[in-house]
Ligand binder design. Sequence first.
Ligand code: TYM
Length: 346
Amino acid sequence: MAGQRVFSGVQPTGKIHLGNYLGAISPWVAAQVEHEAIFCIADLHALTIPEAVRATYLRAKVRETAAVLLACGIDPARAILFVQSRVGAHAELAWLLSCVTPVGWLERMIQFKTRSAALESVGTGLLAYPVLQAADILLYRADLVPVGEDQRQHIELTRNVARRFHARFGEVFTLPEAMLRPSGARIMGLDDPSAKMSKSLGETRKGHAIGLVDPPDVIRHAITHAVTDSGREVRREQASPGVTNLLTIYELLSGRSREAVQAAFVGKGYTVLKRAVADLVVTTLEPIRQRYLDLSAQPEALDAIVVESSERARLLAAPTLDRVKQLMGLHERSRVPFPLSDSKEG
Ligand code: TYM
């Protein structure tokens, strides 16, 4: 539907990979053409991994993430690409929403359960992570949130938090819909196709992920060594997770139907499949890597884009936050008319 507002985000941590691209970034690039699009580099969310994030690392990663997203085709003339910590309303709304969010809802989040299980001491921020994500989305009254499968539960929680706020204080938010690709919303790790491709493992485990700006030889090596199964050739039935993952990558990057891809490879050896996938991945990612290298050489230009975008995001977020504060009986910064006469009607 034209004229809807799209919002999504990415954490500036680890190695941005092909799963991020197929599940999220490439749908974002398509969405910015049809819709009003806002994309967030979620550096406040990154702080929930304190042991992985240091000041110099985070600063460099925010810039790197901006460069990767621009290289992938996010166009600052069409979309807003901003840095979360530059827009104070996110942290502020997150606090206000945390006051209407039951702890039980947060403890049930799969991502929280997985991440906290591995920690000796769990930070409050990790538990409250989805409340900040809800604030990100609700501030902009977004209609659609293009994400991978792992974020579906957070979008459902966002809707529940908004409903609860409305029941208690009155209507202000738009209830967002998660926008998931039918295929590609969950790309699996090459070295272990039973687990999703992950940014943190991509940084530490060789052969796990395909980085969007990895050099061609590294990509080819990872795909050649991808785990398949004990068979030798692609069969019509019983495709194992590893083979299915390679076929999905091929399907999405070639733009061909699953049936056509399946038909093209049935009876062919895994080596043939891997070579074809590697060729296609390298052909797709090489121009992105070149643009990324060009952009990385212009840090001032990169900073200027996110500074200007963050200013635009601030203007869009302000009336929602003001209205929320008004409804809750808090001091409002300024009386910005709500709803804004922004371009939501398209
Ligand atoms: P993050 O940074 O982990 O991932 C960014 C996007 O990539 C998707 N994704 C995948 N898609 C397919 N296959 C995979 N293996 C795969 N791995 C990751 C994610 O689903 C996501 O869409 N909490 C978010 C960032 C965020 C956000 C938001 C998202 C902050 N605020 C508001 C939406 C709306 C996150 O950590 O994504």
